[in-house]
Design a protein around this ligand. Structure first.
Ligand code: MG
Length: 302
């Protein structure tokens, strides 16, 4: 098992879709530049969903088609259907992501179809060749608990992760969407999913709703996970939008892993600067701990 961790930056998508402030395309591209400078190698930049549903990401095509041409950086976008995949391709993206929920009710509310229908849809995108040549990530959300259904057992999550990998997804990101996991629950979940899927193809997508995201990430690390989704400075989850809460902050994970002697390849000073830019752009203080504390006391290994 490699001791290198890959961090997938999701502030531009998962963060911004939960902010009330709508950033200009130019501001988003400036933030993306700052994240690239901080050496993030995987950046989710937008989602090709209906602008009516998520007006914050209405400029998906503009953002995706104006990305910097930097070697070694994977830019990706969420694509809920064939239209989204075609638009992502036309914009020049090589990485896309499909998503579904382990909670039936959450899937119905969020995607207006059953979880099985979502699986069938994504399977058809693969079989019809729409996803050929693309790196496809599969997201499973509400893997530990759901606001509508309560606790989610690992069993269905294992089946969904397996199905997504079987149909052609390169990796599966397991999302604690509403932040109800604990280290014990994360360990149990990872153990269950890793019994059916290669652990190196699994990511953890943790929200800090109840303050346990970093503890959960470290539990996931111990259980073998080496890919984590984070959001710069904890962007996302406007305090005025109840129920919307931010992802684990990129700087917090990077700092903790550096202290633990785990390599991320990230530049903590430049990450911090990107977080300052993010806070300025959305016009509110952001919740990341390292973002707030600063990096003056910094571990040698960063
Ligand atoms: Mg999320």
């Amino acid at each position: 098992m490699s001791d290198c961790v890959r961090v997938v930056e999701v502030a531009l998508r998962d963060g911004l879709q939960n902010e009330t402030t709508v950033l200009s395309t130019q501001s988003k591209l400036a933030l993306i530049d700052a994240l690239v400078r901080a050496r993030l190698g995987d950046i989710e930049v937008t989602s090709f969903v209906s602008p009516k549903l998520i007006p914050q990401l209405a400029d998906a095509f503009d953002v995706a088609s104006r990305l910097p041409d930097v070697r070694g950086v994977n830019f990706s976008a969420l694509t809920p259907n064939a239209v989204g995949v075609r638009r992502a391709r036309r914009a020049g993206l090589s990485h896309v992501a499909v998503f579904l929920s382990a909670s039936r009710t959450h899937n119905l509310k969020n995607l207006h179809r059953t979880t099985e229908a979502s699986l069938d849809l994504y399977r058809s995108l693969f079989s019809e060749g729409l996803l050929s040549g693309l790196h496809v990530r599969g997201y499973v959300s509400t893997v530990i608990g759901c606001a509508y259904e309560g606790d989610i057992a690992p069993g269905p999550v294992v089946e969904l992760a397996e199905a997504l990998l079987d149909m052609g997804c390169a990796e599966v990101s397991l999302g604690d969407t509403i932040g109800v996991g604990s280290p014990r629950l994360v360990r149990e979940l990872v153990k269950a999913v890793a019994s059916a899927c290669p652990v190196e193809r699994l990511a953890l997508h943790l929200h800090d709703t109840r303050g346990l995201a970093l503890a959960n990430a470290l539990a996931g690390l111990e259980a073998g996970i080496r890919i984590f989704d984070t959001s710069i400075a904890g962007l996302g989850g406007c305090p005025f939008a109840p129920g919307a809460t931010g992802n684990l902050a990129t700087e917090d994970l990077a700092w903790a892993l550096a202290r633990e002697g785990v390599e991320t390849g990230l530049d903590l000073d430049l990450l911090w600067e990107a977080g300052v830019m993010a806070a300025r752009l959305v016009g509110r203080p952001l919740p990341g701990k390292v973002h707030q504390a600063g990096v003056r006391y910094r571990p040698e290994r960063v």
